[in-house]
Design a protein around this ligand. Structure first.
Ligand SMILES: [Zn+2]
Length: 224
């Protein structure tokens, strides 16, 4: 799905058999951009990068689950081979290192086998309130623990655009029924750090359709 918000263009690319929303976000003036959560289907992602002639400046990860990060290392390798770009992998927060170290093992446990799925070693982890500045795009890092301990989201303030990964969804919130999950912390973090960003903020979640903060504040049964 293609979106255009202020100066940004966005391709939402469902990847992996569980349709995880990878996004390609770029500034329409300079055609520089970033990729978030390339969980798999690296060839599809590469063809969209080529189709839109976007120069990729970073691969950004919201959290360590394999459907979000499985293709990150392969994408980084392909971008080096095809264009000779050295693209850094940034994020998530360091608490998710234990998941990045076991991407292959965990994906095979769930029945997903592919040579493009690899463990991930980011150039660096990202911290709450950090700002990533690219030419034509600025992203605020917001730590939203609870689905995983190191989950972060990306907020572009001038476009009022939020990439929420598996924290906030249209009509629901991310799962937390595993040993490292924490639902009360997830709800508290969403209420304090996301619902306060502004009612007109549009968000793209890790799965399914997008929504706005204003709609979720009024209608999301887990947040009212
Ligand atoms: Zn997840």
């Amino acid at each position: 799905m293609f979106l255009e918000i202020v100066n940004l263009k966005i391709e939402i690319i469902p990847v992996t058999p569980i349709y995880q929303n990878c996004t390609l976000i770029w500034n329409k003036n300079n055609k520089q951009g970033v990729i978030t959560d390339p969980g798999g289907n690296v060839n599809v992602i590469l063809s969209l990068i080529q189709q839109h002639s976007v120069e990729i400046k970073a691969i950004l990860l919201t959290h360590g689950h394999f459907d979000h990060v499985g293709g990150a290392t392969t994408l980084q390798e392909e971008l080096k081979q095809l264009y000779n770009w050295s693209v850094p992998i940034l994020g998530p927060s360091k608490e998710d290192q234990f998941l990045l170290d076991k991407v292959v093992e965990i994906s095979e446990h769930f029945g997903f086998y592919s040579p493009e799925i690899k463990n991930v070693q980011p150039l660096r982890f990202l911290k709450n309130k950090e700002k990533l500045t690219f030419d034509g795009m600025c992203l605020d890092i917001i730590h939203i623990p609870g689905h995983t301990p190191g989950h972060i989201v990306f907020f572009e303030p001038s476009a009022h655009l939020l990439i929420t990964g598996d924290t906030l969804f249209k009509g629901t919130i991310g799962r937390s029924d595993w040993e490292y999950g924490n639902e009360p912390l997830l709800v508290k973090s969403i209420k304090e750090r996301l619902l306060t960003l502004g009612d007109d903020v549009y968000f793209i979640p890790g799965h399914g359709m997008g929504s706005t903060i204003g709609v979720e504040k009024k209608t999301n049964p887990l947040l009212i």
